[in-house]
Design a protein around this ligand. Structure first.
Ligand code: 8YV
Length: 328
């Protein structure tokens, strides 16, 4: 009998996906709802040929040095800021992510956060649950208009475009975007989105949504200076990554009402959340769940598994991350 490649499934995922992997590989899986630390991950990965991981597990030179057999890491996430791409390339390790399958679901959630933030939904619910609702008032939880307002999108990839379409076609919004590169005219037309400078985006957006990858360049892309350029009536939504926003500066801006409100699904240093954000009322907070529908999470896990299967069967990953080791 030939030896099957050894795979580590580093986080608890759908049992049916693990079962499918077992038909191709010798699998060690994390079946408990716990996140392994770097040392625990390195120990279990030391004798493995491949891994299925999530976006919170760092794949860097130190880990790779402890895993001489490792050939591929399949991330169950579209973002791959947990990959040290250069270290992986140097170690000859392919990284894969899960683009496309989560685009529309994540855009739905981004738009839900725009609505919930502008219309102060969680703040209002807390008030109701606390038994404080006595009577109707004209200004009780009066929020910001969504339909017909200006939607700003920073980071115009697949998810940014899907949010733009929702805003333009569904809510009659004027859509402005800023991106590292400008979109093709036909894509701009289809999204009904206009390219502007980052300064103009900050100044003009009524609702600003962050959907850009987290890189050295995008670290604290929204800090005190950027928040100061926004309208005092504006809202900010982050479904990209913590670290893109300076959470301490944001907490101060929210407290001093320098912007109206924020909707945050991602945080610097999550699962910890900056205490200043927990203190202010004008923020909607969710625990990194923008891709969390049953169908989408299954599609993500399946694509990560398909990457491992294609790589070991055909020598070619399906959705490799640019800059990681070239597939053979
Ligand atoms: C993941 C995400 O749930 O795809 C991404 O980039 O942030 C989420 O969809 C998370 O990263 C766990 O892998």
């Amino acid at each position: 009998t030939v030896n099957k490649p050894r795979i580590l499934v580093a986080r608890r995922i759908f049992p049916e996906v693990v079962e499918r992997l077992r038909t191709h590989f010798e699998v060690q899986s994390n079946d408990e709802d716990v996140a392994w630390g770097a040392a625990e991950l390195a120990e279990r990965l030391a004798d493995k040929d491949g891994a299925l991981t999530t976006g919170s597990q760092r794949i860097d030179a130190q880990l790779l040095a402890a895993c001489p057999r490792l050939k591929i890491v399949a991330n169950m996430a579209v973002g791959y800021n947990n990959f040290d791409v250069d270290a992986m390339s140097e170690a000859g390790v392919v990284g894969t992510n899960t683009p496309d399958v989560l685009t529309e679901t994540t855009a739905d959630f981004g738009f839900a956060l725009v609505l919930a933030t502008a219309r102060r939904m969680t703040e209002a619910e807390h008030y109701l649950r606390a038994g404080r609702w006595q009577h109707w008032s004209y200004d009780m939880f009066a929020g910001a208009e969504v339909h017909g307002s200006t939607l700003g999108i920073l980071g115009m990839g697949r998810i940014g475009q899907a949010i733009a379409r929702r805003g333009a076609h569904g809510f009659g919004m004027r859509v402005l975007y800023h991106n590292r590169s400008r979109l093709a005219p036909e894509v701009e037309a289809e999204c009904r989105a206009a390219y502007v400078s980052k300064e103009d985006l900050l100044a003009q957006a009524d609702h600003l949504v962050l959907v850009l990858p987290y890189t050295a360049e995008s670290h604290h892309a929204i800090g005190a200076a950027e928040l100061a350029r926004m309208k005092p009536t504006a809202t900010l939504v982050n479904i990209a990554r913590g670290g893109i926003v300076d959470d301490a500066a944001l907490a101060r801006a929210l407290k001093e009402r320098r912007i109206a409100a924020a909707g945050l699904d991602v945080f610097e240093g999550e699962p910890s959340v900056h205490p200043g954000l927990l203190e202010v009322p004008n923020v909607v907070l969710t625990p990194h769940i923008a891709s969390a529908t049953v169908a989408t999470r299954l599609a993500m896990a399946s694509l990560a598994a398909d990457n491992l299967i294609a790589f070991f069967k055909e020598g070619r990953a399906l959705t490799p991350v640019p800059g990681t080791a070239a597939t053979t």
